[in-house]
Design a protein around this ligand. Structure first.
Ligand code: HPA
Ligand code: ZN
Length: 325
C-alpha cells in the first residue's frame, strides 16, 4: 500500500501536543521511583487499565495524577526528549508543544524548573531534525487571577515560549473567563490559541475568536454544528488542530468512522491532524494519520492538504516553513 507509506514519510508539523500527555506509563513509574513519589497504582499494567475514558474530565483526572512524578528539571527534559524522539520518527519537523505550568507550580515545583527542562529538550531537538517551540497553557478550571499569577511567573522566561493557550475542563469555563489575561498576553507579543469546541458548543469557538482573538482553534470539531461559524473559519483561514484518536478515546465521536475531519477539509478549513495526549490516547502523529485515513477513506490529496495545512497553521517563520517542505 502506498498511502500508509506516504502518510508516515511526509514531513509534517504537530501543533497540538500536551507534553504532560506524552508521559508514558513506563516513564511515570521510572520517575516515581527516581523521585520517591508514591503512586496509587502498583504497576504499568494497572495504570494502563485505568485509561478507559468516558469524557474529557475522566481523562483529565488521571492525566493530572500522572504528572505528579515530575519534580526536577531533568524530569521535564526526559519527558520532552522522549516525545521529540517519537516525533522525529514520525517525520514531524516542527512541533509546537503545550505545557501546563499550573499542574506543577500547584505542587511547589518552580516555573523555572518546568521551563528550564522543557526548553533544553526543545533546543537539543535540533539534533533530531525537529524545530520545537513551547506554548504555555492556562488551566481554564482555575481562576483568571491564578492565570495572571502564572503569566507573571513566566514572564522572566518570555523568550522561551512563543505563545499561550487555554486547556483543561471546557464545559462551564468559556473563553470569556480569560479575556483580560489574553489581552495582556497579546500586549506581550505572544501568539494566542485556545481549546474550543472539543466538548463545548460552537459559541465557545466564536468567543475564542472574537473575544480572546486567538489565531488558531484547538479541536474545534463541534464547529460543524454551526454553518455560520464554518463560513467564518473558512473565510479567515483559521487553523483547527484536530486530534482524531483523542476524540475517539474521549467519546467525542463513537467511532473513528464517524469523525468529521473530511467534512472540515471539504468545507475548505485549514484542518490539521495532531496527537493531543499520545501516551493516553494510543498513538503519536503517524498513528493518528494512519488510523484516521483507514477509517474515513481519505486519500493522497487529503494527505498533502493536511501536511500543507500543518505548516500554514504553524507559527514558524515563512523562511523556515519553506525549509520543511
Ligand atoms: N482538552 C482539554 N484539556 C486538555 C486536553 C484536551 O484535549 N489534553 C490535555 N489537556
Ligand atoms: Zn488538547
Amino acid at each position: 500500500e502506498r498511502l500508509p507509506a506516504l502518510l508516515a514519510a511526509m514531513p509534517k508539523a504537530e501543533l497540538h501536543i500536551h507534553i504532560e500527555g506524552s508521559l508514558e506509563p513506563e516513564l511515570i513509574f521510572a520517575l516515581a521511583q527516581r523521585n520517591g513519589v508514591a503512586l496509587p497504582y502498583t504497576d504499568v499494567e494497572e495504570l494502563r487499565r485505568a485509561y478507559a475514558f468516558t469524557n474529557l474530565q475522566s481523562f483529565l483526572d488521571i492525566y493530572y495524577a500522572g504528572a505528579s512524578v515530575l519534580l526536577q528539571p531533568q524530569d521535564f527534559y526526559d519527558m520532552a526528549w522522549a516525545y521529540l524522539q517519537r516525533a522525529a520518527a514520525d517525520h514531524v519537523v516542527r512541533a509546537e508543544i503545550f505545557f501546563d505550568p499550573q499542574t506543577h507550580t500547584a505542587r511547589g515545583v518552580a516555573m523555572e524548573t518546568v521551563i528550564d527542562g522543557l526548553s533544553r529538550a526543545c533546543r537539543d531537538a535540533r539534533q533530531l531534525g525537529v524545530d520545537a517551540e513551547l506554548i504555555l497553557c492556562f488551566l481554564r478550571h482555575l481562576s483568571e487571577e491564578e492565570a495572571f499569577a502564572t503569566l507573571e511567573q513566566a514572564l522572566p522566561f518570555r523568550d522561551r515560549f512563543i505563545g499561550v493557550g487555554l486547556d483543561s475542563s471546557e464545559l462551564g469555563h468559556p473563553p470569556e473567563k480569560f479575556t483580560r489575561v489574553f489581552d495582556a498576553c497579546r500586549r506581550h507579543g505572544l501568539h494566542l490559541v485556545a481549546h474550543a469546541g472539543e466538548e463545548g458548543p460552537p459559541a465557545y469557538v466564536w468567543s475564542a475568536l472574537d473575544v480572546l482573538k486567538v489565531e488558531r482553534i484547538d479541536h474545534g470539531v463541534q464547529s460543524t454544528k454551526d454553518p455560520a461559524l464554518m463560513k467564518r473559519l473558512a473565510q479567515d483561514g483559521i487553523p483547527l488542530t484536530v486530534c482524531p484518536l483523542s476524540n475517539l478515546k474521549l467519546c467525542v465521536f463513537p467511532q473513528l468512522e464517524q469523525h468529521n475531519l473530511r467534512e472540515l477539509l471539504d468545507a475548505g478549513l485549514v484542518a490539521t491532524v495532531n496527537s493531543d495526549d499520545p501516551a493516553y490516547f494510543g498513538g503519536y502523529m503517524n498513528a493518528n494519520f494512519l488510523q484516521t485515513f483507514a477509517a474515513t477513506g481519505l486519500d493522497a490529496h487529503h494527505a498533502y492538504r493536511l501536511a500543507r495545512n500543518s505548516f500554514e497553521g504553524s507559527f514558524a517563520e515563512p523562511a523556515a516553513r519553506r525549509r520543511y517542505v
